[in-house]
Design a binder for this molecule. Structure first.
Ligand SMILES: O=C(O)CCC(=O)C(=O)O
Ligand SMILES: [Fe+2]
Length: 343
C-alpha cells in the first residue's frame, strides 16, 4: 500500500452555510469549494453541517427508526425485499454478506418516486424502479411514518443534486459537469435504507464488512449516537467517523471515482456492531445515476492541471477491494445494480 503525504487522520467537516444565498460572500464560496476539493481527492469522505434537510424531519426519522424495527416479525416478513421485483422492502438480520461474511444488520429498503418505469420491451433493469407501495408498513401500525420518510427522501434528493453540482465545480468541470449522468428528475429513482445494527455480545461484530459504495454519492444519516462507522485511510488505518448531530456523512462511490479517473476517491469503510446496551441506527441514501449509462463510455476529460496534480500527489492505494462484480464499467449502470442484488 502506498503511503501518501495526503494521508488523513480525521474526516473534514464542511459548512454548507458558507454558500448561503442571503449573504453571498465570494471568499466563503471559494473556501467551501477548496475544502470540498481536498475532501474529494484526499479523503473520499466528509461531514456536511448546516445543510438544507430540515432538522424537524431528521428528528422524526430518528424517533421512528426503532419503532419500525419493533413491528412484529410477521408484519416485517410480509413486505420482504426477497419478494419484491424492485428489491424494496424489509430484509432480515443475517441475509446479507460482505465478502462472504455475514453482516449483522437488519434493514428496510426504500426508493424515491412511486412508479415503475418498466414497460414491455424495456431493459430488465428498468424493473428496479419500483412502487414503494409494497415496502410500506401499514399506516395504522406506524402512523405518519410514510409521510415523514417521503419528505425526508425528497429533501435529501434535492440536496444530492445541488451537492453533485458543487462536486463538479470543485473538480474543475463547472457546475453542470456531471449533469448528463442523471435523467430528468421525475425519471430517477434513488434508494435509501433504514438500518439497525443490533448489540453483539459474542461472535462476529461485523455490522457491515469493509466495502466501497458502488455509485456516485452516498448521504448517510447516523441516526443514533453510537460509535461504529470507520473509514480506511491511505496507510490502511481505520479512522472512526463518530456521529456528529446535525450533519450528514457524504462519501464517494466507485462509479464517480471511475469516471473522474481516480480524482474523486472512493474510500473503503465498515461498521463495527455496537457493544453497549442499545442498537445503532443509520440511514444511507444512495444517489443513483441514469440506469442506461455505461461508465466506460463516459470517462471525463478536461480536468485542470492543479486538480490532476493533487490526485498524483495523493498516490493510489494499491490494495484493491473493489465492488464484487467485474462488469461495472461496461454494463449499463442499472444492470450493474441489478446484478449486485441477485448475486
Ligand atoms: O451504517 C452505516 O453507518 C454505513 C452503511 C454503509 O456503509 C452502507 O450501507 O453502504
Ligand atoms: Fe457503504
Amino acid at each position: 500500500m502506498t503511503t501518501s503525504t495526503a494521508n488523513f487522520s480525521c474526516i473534514p467537516i464542511l459548512d454548507y452555510s458558507l454558500l448561503s444565498t442571503t449573504k453571498p460572500q465570494p471568499e466563503s464560496r471559494d473556501q467551501f469549494i477548496n475544502e470540498l476539493r481536498n475532501a474529494l481527492i484526499n479523503v473520499g469522505f466528509l461531514y456536511l453541517k448546516n445543510h438544507t434537510v430540515s432538522q424537524d424531519t431528521i428528528d422524526k426519522l430518528i424517533s421512528y427508526a426503532p419503532k419500525l424495527f419493533d413491528l412484529p416479525q410477521g408484519v416485517k416478513d410480509n413486505i420482504r425485499m426477497e419478494n419484491s421485483e424492485h428489491f424494496l422492502g424489509y430484509s432480515r438480520l443475517g441475509t446479507e454478506l460482505t465478502k462472504g461474511q455475514v453482516d449483522q444488520r437488519e434493514q428496510w429498503n426504500f426508493g424515491t418516486g412511486d412508479r415503475c418505469r418498466w414497460q414491455k420491451g424495456d431493459p430488465d433493469y428498468y424493473r428496479l424502479w419500483g412502487k414503494n407501495q409494497a415496502s410500506w408498513p401499514d399506516e395504522a401500525l406506524i402512523p405518519g411514518f410514510r409521510e415523514m420518510l417521503e419528505t425526508y427522501l425528497s429533501q435529501v434528493e434535492e440536496l444530492s443534486y445541488d451537492f453533485s453540482s458543487l462536486v463538479a465545480e470543485a473538480l474543475g468541470l463547472g457546475p453542470t459537469g456531471l449533469k448528463h449522468f442523471y435523467d430528468a428528475k421525475e425519471l430517477m429513482q434513488h434508494r435509501g435504507k433504514i438500518v439497525k445494527y443490533p448489540v453483539v455480545t459474542s461472535g462476529s461484530d461485523q455490522g457491515i464488512g469493509p466495502h466501497y459504495d458502488g455509485g456516485f454519492l452516498t448521504f448517510l444519516l447516523q441516526a443514533s449516537p453510537h460509535q461504529g462507522l470507520q473509514v480506511q485511510n491511505m496507510s490502511g488505518e481505520w479512522i472512526d467517523a463518530l456521529p456528529i448531530p446535525g450533519t450528514f456523512v457524504i462519501n464517494i462511490g466507485k462509479a464517480l471515482e471511475f469516471v473522474t479517473r481516480g480524482i474523486a476517491k472512493a474510500t473503503s469503510h465498515r461498521v463495527i456492531s455496537p457493544k453497549g446496551e442499545t442498537p445503532r441506527y443509520s440511514v444511507p441514501f444512495f444517489q443513483s445515476i441514469s440506469p442506461d449509462i455505461r461508465l466506460a463510455n463516459e470517462i471525463l476529460d478536461n480536468f485542470p492541471a492543479d486538480v490532476l496534480k493533487l490526485r498524483d500527489e495523493r498516490g493510489t492505494v494499491s490494495a484493491t477491494d473493489s465492488v464484487n462484480f467485474t462488469e461495472f464499467d461496461r454494463e449499463p449502470s442499472g444492470r450493474v445494480i441489478l446484478l449486485s442484488k441477485v448475486k
